[in-house]
Design a protein. Structure first.
Length: 319
């Protein structure tokens, strides 16, 4: 019996050491992702081009009300009593000729149900409410999708791509920085596998930053962000025509609540340290950068997991 107990103790200690080493390596790797950010004047200096997206809309694939303490550091949150609903959207950018660029693809209802159960247990959350998949919401218009950008390849952002591919009769470029394509960690490998296995995805490498134009989609730019995952990307879009133009910053999960940008609040310590290892210094830099480009360049931040903030932004639901 003593031998068995010693063996069990050594096994547990060994597993803890392996886990600690994996976390240490993940934090070291994400801290290394520090690509230069563009100057605010370069974000603000974008001019209306002849062929930029005319409309942006949102397809929310699932909703899950929960306490703000699940996504914001409660010690720094000035208003913990405010309601919060975690959303899982795909943003739809449309051009005059009908082509569509998607920012993330959300999840299918089945994926959303499975994704929401552990969150309900550990984050003081209500049951998740799945909606339509992005493919089902688009219907026949899914054939107009000519490109996809993932803010980062976590499965709640990439899960809907296979259903999009099932409705497409053509390859779809998926625009990625080198970090997103080549430097995954254990949190992003499953999402990259979903993209690879979807059938229609054709990775297209972006480089030449810090403000990288997206080929074939004028008015859209990608920033190599890091911070949340090695492959996190901020997507900037100039939307409208003539004198009516608005800038949007699709920020993915750099923050999960709009007030993370407004008040420079990180995510809860346990989440950012153990669940999804983040770079503390880079995340702080990104929050302040997003606040600055909103204040000085008029770029409205669209936070993927903040349903109420998206609704207040004026971005309409896809119809």
């Amino acid at each position: 019996m003593r031998r068995i107990l010693r063996w069990l103790l050594r096994t547990v200690i060994g597993l803890l050491l392996v886990a600690a080493g994996g976390l240490w390596w993940a934090h070291r790797a994400i801290d290394a992702e520090r690509a230069p950010l563009p100057a605010v004047k370069d974000v603000a200096g974008g001019r209306v081009v002849d062929d930029q997206p005319l409309r942006v809309s949102v397809i929310n694939t699932a909703s899950q009300p929960m306490a703000r303490s699940g996504v914001l550091d409660a010690e720094r949150d000035p208003d913990t009593a405010q309601p919060y609903v975690m959303s899982h959207p795909s943003f739809v950018l449309e051009w005059a000729d009908g082509r569509i660029l998607l920012i993330d693809t959300g999840m299918t209802p089945e994926q959303a149900t499975a994704f929401g159960k552990p969150i309900q247990m550990i984050r003081d959350a209500q049951p998740i409410e799945p909606h339509q998949s992005t493919a089902d919401a688009l219907g026949v218009d899914a054939a107009r999708v000519r490109g996809i950008i993932f803010t980062h390849p976590h499965t709640d952002h990439t899960g809907g791509i296979a259903a999009i591919c099932a409705r497409a009769d053509h390859d779809i470029p998926v625009f990625m920085t080198t970090a997103q394509a080549e430097r995954p960690n254990y949190t992003t490998r499953p999402g990259l596998a979903q993209i690879r296995d979807a059938g229609c995805a054709r990775p297209v490498r972006l480089d030449g930053g810090p403000l990288m134009p997206v080929p074939g989609f004028p008015g859209v730019f990608v920033i190599d962000a890091g911070g949340h995952t090695p492959g996190s990307q901020i997507v900037l879009a100039q939307v409208g025509s003539g004198d009516v133009m608005h800038r949007y910053a699709f920020v993915g999960d750099i923050v999960n609540n709009r007030d993370g940008i407004e008040h420079d609040i990180p995510k809860p310590w346990v989440y950012r340290t153990f669940i999804v290892p983040e770079s503390e210094t880079r995340q702080e830099e990104l929050r302040r950068f997003l606040k600055q480009i909103e204040d000085e360049a008029g770029a409205t931040p669209l936070v993927s997991h903040d349903q109420l903030s998206i609704e207040r932004s004026g971005v309409e639901a896809w119809h």
